[in-house]
Design a protein around this ligand. Structure first.
Ligand code: KG4
Ligand code: ZN
Length: 354
């Protein structure tokens, strides 16, 4: 069985072909980063328009790379939510039209279920386990009883971790998107001169908070007078601002201290959940899971606690359609199809279901 998967929930137009055995025959991601970078963040209207322009080409390329004709498809999987409503609608409308034309079923998939499912690419997962999604829109911990029973046990009460990376990068005039830049600029930097808070790290819950950490960075940037004319409105980010002479060296140190604090909180809470629930497997996915420092900290802590750790390959951490295809396999297997009047869901309280 060949499944065509489509993902357009944010700023990546993505399509993949997967088989019902979990093989990935193609995986195409057209990033819109350049279109949004000048604005310092994703502009929903621009994202929708770019998805419309790109979707047919991206789907054609996914079919071409998989060496199959669209008539050979047995089903279409598409991200139904959560995400930007206009962006989601492009993928959903395209998927429904194609499914109708080809007379094949369509399955609407939860984007976060997709992120967690990326861990199944090349790995056998055991149940129950703890799953953590760390992305630009979400930071959540789940108790995964089996592939259908996924219960959220904690989440960020304010900013998502990826959002914090993006905002801190913006504060330091490092460009957009922030995660990758912060990772690069922090590499090998000694940040011991700066101590940033680890909000909620030891509060006994499985929730997170990142906005206080972001504010601590902001206060540090103001106090150390790095930028003579700091733009606190954060409206757009046309080009990197020059720091005051003699202050530039502080930027990588602050970035590295922020990354260390964020990584510390994420890794500690994930390990706590695994231990508290007596589990032996931790799955971590989402864009921030591609961060080398986080992967290293998780590896170190899980090894020390004899916990098995599964993190998808980097390209399957950030948004892609292969993960949506993999998540959909069980839907097709159990014929849990969506109807053609399926609609986009911008906020989706439960990770499951159609
Ligand atoms: O999962 P994803 O691609 O999209 C959402 O579902 O949100 O995650 C995007 C987020 C962005 O906030 C981005 O800055 C962050 O993941 N990210 C990273 C890294 N790569 C992407 N954060 C830290 N380190 C990275 N290497
Ligand atoms: Zn995502």
């Amino acid at each position: 069985m060949h499944i065509l998967a489509i993902e357009t929930s944010c700023d990546e137009t993505a399509s993949a072909v997967v088989t019902n055995k979990g093989d990935i025959l193609s995986d195409v991601v057209a990033s819109q980063v350049a279109d949004h970078a000048v604005f310092g963040g994703v502009v929903p209207e621009i994202a929708s328009r770019r998805h419309i322009e790109l979707i047919r080409h991206v789907v054609n390329q996914a079919l071409h790379q998989a060496s199959i004709a669209q008539e050979e498809l047995s089903g279409i999987a598409v991200t139904q939510g959560p995400g930007l409503i206009g962006a989601l609608l492009v993928g959903i409308s395209f998927a429904k039209a194609l499914a109708y034309g080809l007379e094949v079923p369509v399955c609407g998939i939860n984007h976060l279920d997709g992120h967690l499912s990326a861990a199944r690419i090349g790995n056998e997962l055991t149940y129950p386990h703890i799953g953590m999604v760390v992305s630009g829109g979400h930071t959540s911990l789940y108790r995964v009883e089996d592939e259908w029973a996924i219960t959220q046990i904690g989440q960020s009460i304010d900013d998502a971790a990826g959002e914090a990376f993006d905002k801190v990068a913006k504060l330091l005039y490092l460009g957009y998107p922030g995660g990758v830049v912060i990772e690069e600029i922090s590499r090998g930097v000694d940040y011991s001169s700066i101590e940033l808070p680890r909000p909620m790290m030891n509060d006994g819950t499985y929730d997170f908070s990142f906005s206080g950490l972001k504010t601590a960075v902001l206060n540090l940037v103001i106090r150390s007078e790095i930028f003579p004319d700091l733009d606190l409105k954060f409206s757009g980010l046309p080009e990197a601002k020059k720091p005051k002479p003699g202050k530039g060296h502080l930027i990588p140190i602050i970035a590295a201290a922020f990354q260390a604090a964020a990584v510390d909180v994420l890794a500690s809470k994930a390990i706590k959940a695994v231990k508290d629930f007596g589990m032996d497997l931790l799955v971590v996915a989402g864009g921030v899971a591609s961060n080398t420092a986080l992967r290293g900290a998780l590896r170190e802590k899980t090894e020390a606690e004899k916990i098995r750790l599964v993190i998808p390959e980097r390209k399957y951490c950030t948004d892609n359609a292969a993960m949506i295809g993999i998540a959909s396999i069980r839907y097709f297997r159990e014929r849990r199809y969506s109807s053609l009047d399926m609609n986009a869901v911008s906020r989706w309280s439960s990770i499951m279901g159609n």
